[in-house]
Ligand binder design. Sequence first.
Ligand SMILES: [Zn+2]
Length: 426
Amino acid sequence: MTSLDTLTINSDRLRSDFDALAEIGKTRGGGISRLALSTADIEARSWFADRIEDAGLFLRDDDVGNVSGVLFSSQKNARTLLVGSHLDSVPNGGRYDGAVGVLAGLEVLRIVKEAGLELPVHLEVIDFTDEEGTWQSLFGSMGLVGHLSAAHFSDMIDDRGPFRAALKRAGIHPNDYLKARRDPATIAAYLELHIEQGRQLYDAAIDIGVVTRIIGRTTYQLTFLGEAGHSGTTRPENRRDALKGASDFILQAFDLVEAEFPLGTFNCGNINVLPGAYNIIPREARLTVECRHPDKARLRDLEAAIVRLAQDCASKHNLHLKTHHFVHMPAAEMDDSIINTIQEVCDKLHYSHVPMISYAGHDAQIMSTITPSGMIFIPVVEGISHNPKEYAEWDDVVKGANVLLHTVLAIALREGTPEQISYKRS
Ligand SMILES: [Zn+2]
């Protein structure tokens, strides 16, 4: 009888999957453009579906377009242990982001199947739709946990017609999204392997990051409203310059976050100025800003402080302020017992590891609202991600995949009594 401890993923097979997938949506310079629901994304999903069937796994898809492979347990009332990530990418992104987690998950299922292991959980590897937010960030996982609503498809704020059309083109019917929701009682846990997308592991030469929490994020549109006027003849005391007030706000916001919220971040990624002529005092400056913080309560405080500052700057410059809140994604805690399990697995495999906060969003943060979740990070060279230069050493990918495999086995062990894990063949 094979010992569970000696099981290891097949590096060559994982590598050949990785190389084949990297051909789909390939860009010049070695990057990837597989925007959610694009032709390349649809091709990647169907490639993944073929690999699932080749492996003799059950192929399933749901009403928000998530594609999975399932290895069923024969035990009655077995719950599902989900592993996965996403196959979509940002425009001209890297080959590792998302892909590593999905492919390693598939490899874990193949290894368990080939070893003839009968686990007390169904194992399911899942590719979540539109993690990157081409249309709606974390769409697939939100659909699975039941966080989508009609508003996500409606034209109340923006024209969502193109999104609905893209869904239909991919064979997803916007009206059916509620059917994708799964009963949390049927899910045992969710695990995701991912590249770090920062340089903490790379700089410290550490094999594995064990994610303890995922940053929360909030996005606002802040519109400063003043009055247009002649740029030359309007006297300083009569100017109501929307852009001047907005600029004052932006610079102060960075200082405020740095001084009062050391774990937080602030970003202003877009400014739209009206009427937008060099000889007219700006009447309107519309900013798109984002705040992140790993602590739920502190994110609320940070958000409130930013809005207050915007109001103060508006008053100081004799302007009005309009706020529109887009997204509030609370910070997510990873499950303590999964964190411990990942750490124990790393120790057993003699891989160095460190607890970390993820400053990027992931499907695991959505999944953690319905089931115990955990994330395993591997280093990415110089921390470069969302870039064609994104590169992880293959050795690190294999280490991450082995940590995923043994974490899956350890969680499965906890789900049933040890005797319930048996070999179909000896
Ligand atoms: Zn990702």
